[in-house]
Design a protein. Structure first.
Length: 270
């Protein structure tokens, strides 16, 4: 997903708070004061960027509410954000970016932000430039995240990995699973790389893939099949419906791979 992180207010705020933490740990009093000065000037209550950041935080920090309430909260937050002046936000961001570049240096932008893709997805929800299909998917993901239950809300730590390690990992995966068909390879690839982005791309992919599988299974169940086969397709469909309401666990991987194989076999038998 292409994303201009310097035009993402929540990302800039995360970058500054991380840089502030580093300054405190390094006991760099001068740099600490510089960062605090930038934060106070651009994110003090009543400033435009502080108001925009509050809308990001509604979607980023709300948890454990009912799905219908999450949908309403999303709609109200989007509506409130749409009333902000886009041109004024752009100007405010430009001043903030200039202050960071001048006072802290370009290296600040290389800070590793664990939840970057989550921040990018929320920003895409608010952006009028986001394609309709992507926006709908991001919005559904936001609703799902806000309505997670305490039992299913399992925090994960994102790890920064170097390119060589990642490349080696993918190579071994390709060697082991080279005989799988395209849909299965895509699922495995998303699963393997999910630890590098807090599972964002995997959840986005599953949102479409589960719908595809359910549709094909439903079609197969209505066809003139043996009762046992029809019963199995209904059972698998029930499992996919249940999976969409909770987090994805390692044990689900094999089940979905088998479901993908089942669907392909049913299509071949049509």
């Amino acid at each position: 997903m292409r994303h201009n992180k310097k035009r993402n207010t929540a990302f800039i705020y995360e970058v500054l708070t991380k840089e502030l933490t580093k300054a405190i740990v390094d006991k760099s009093a001068e740099r600490k004061l510089s960062i605090m000065g930038i934060l106070k000037e651009h994110f003090t209550q009543g400033t435009l960027l502080a108001e925009q950041l509050s809308f990001y935080n509604v979607l980023l920090k709300t948890r454990h509410i009912q799905p219908k309430l999450a949908e309403r909260l999303l709609a109200e937050t989007k509506a409130a954000h749409s009333r902000l002046d886009e041109s004024a936000i752009f100007d405010a961001q430009s001043k903030l970016i200039a202050a960071i570049n001048k006072g802290l240096g370009q290296d600040v932008w290389s800070n590793f932000i664990p939840n970057f893709k989550t921040l990018a997805s929320v920003d895409s929800i608010f952006s009028s430039k986001t394609a309709v299909k992507k926006r709908v998917l991001f919005e559904q993901l936001a609703v799902d995240t806000m309505s997670t239950t305490p039992d299913s809300d399992t925090p994960q730590t994102m790890v920064s990995i170097d390119t060589l390690t990642y490349g080696s990992f993918i190579k071994k995966y390709n060697e082991k699973y080279g005989d799988l068909h395209q849909e299965q390879k895509e699922l495995l690839n998303r699963f393997i790389t999910s630890f590098a982005d807090d599972g964002f791309e995997l959840r986005l992919y599953l949102n479409e893939e589960l719908s595809r599988l359910k549709g094909l299974l439903s079609k197969a169940a209505e066809a003139d099949l043996k009762p046992l086969v029809s019963q199995k397709t209904v059972q698998v469909t029930d499992y996919l419906n249940e999976l969409k309401k909770r987090d994805f666990f390692d044990g689900d991987l094999k089940k979905i791979l088998k479901t993908q194989e089942l669907v392909r076999e049913l299509e071949c038998n049509d």
